[in-house]
Design a protein around this ligand. Structure first.
Ligand code: ATP
Ligand code: MG
Length: 236
């Protein structure tokens, strides 16, 4: 049984397979990914490292089908992702993007994005969990953010993105440099938080930082669109 109630239901756990995945952006001659092969078990936590422009964000984008592979295959629990409905894929994957978008809207609206049905109580709980409860102080969930309202610091924006992903609560979490630009203390708070809530999930996290890598089951190093090294923290 791959998915409990047939191919289009939401899986509880996600294993991922990349089989010789190559990809070129439509207007580019050089491929952004070249023959990437990777097996990720359900519940495994992977860190994805590599210098700027090596293809890390591209890899995450292919998993959400922002683009389709040029050749090779990406499979989720053994099913090619092209065969899954958009709804299934969206329910299976939460994303903390490299560039977090803040809407000029209330705090509530900014959180409801990926999970419109969440109760106010659930929103307050998740804000507490990511350490953003102080945003509630003045106007609660009606606090106006963005243009004409409260701007968020880099760390607050990242926490907001993590809060959105936690509300979405999908079995596969993709994080693109969730601690970029944060000071060491905030970074370690966020990594602790993630370690706690993500235990049962499959996690793929892009990072430039070497700190905190011991928390991951496996570290993948990319260069120029290829995987050049992999192993655990002790091995590398
Ligand atoms: P960084 O660490 O700076 O975020 P990255 O490893 O995430 O880098 P990608 O964003 O995946 O790198 O980019 C891989 C390559 O694809 C780069 O050469 C980049 O210029 C190119 N690229 C990325 N997005 C596009 C796009 N939308 N159109 C064309 N080329 C792109
Ligand atoms: Mg990137």
């Amino acid at each position: 049984v791959i998915f409990p109630d047939g191919a289009q239901s939401v899986p509880e756990q996600v294993a991922l397979t990349l089989d010789g995945v190559s990809f070129s952006y439509p207007n580019q001659t050089q491929p952004a990914l070249r023959g990437v092969t990777l097996d990720i078990e359900a519940g495994e936590h992977l860190a994805l490292l590599g210098r700027t422009g090596c293809g890390k964000s591209t890899l995450l984008q292919l998993l959400t089908r922002a683009w389709d592979v040029s050749s090779g295959a990406i499979k989720l629990n053994g099913e090619r992702i092209e065969t899954l409905s958009e709804a299934t894929l969206r329910a299976a994957i939460s994303v903390v993007p490299q560039r977090v978008h803040l809407f000029s809207a209330t705090l509530r609206e900014n959180l409801l994005l990926a999970s419109p049905a969440a109760s106010d109580e659930a929103l307050r709980a998740v804000l507490k969990r990511v350490g953003l409860e102080k945003l509630l102080e003045e106007n609660g969930l009606n606090a106006w953010l963005g243009e004409g309202g409260r701007q968020l610091s880099g760390g607050e924006l990242r926490r907001l993105a993590i809060a959105r992903a936690l509300l979405h609560d999908a079995p596969l979490l993709l994080l693109d440099e969730p601690t970029e630009g944060l000071d060491a203390e905030t970074e370690s708070q966020i990594l602790d938080l993630l370690a706690d809530v993500l235990k049962a999930k499959t996690v793929l996290m892009v990072t430039h930082r070497l700190r905190g890598l011991a928390r991951f089951n496996r570290i993948i190093v990319m260069d120029n669109g290829e995987i050049i090294e992999q192993g655990n923290h002790a091995e590398l």
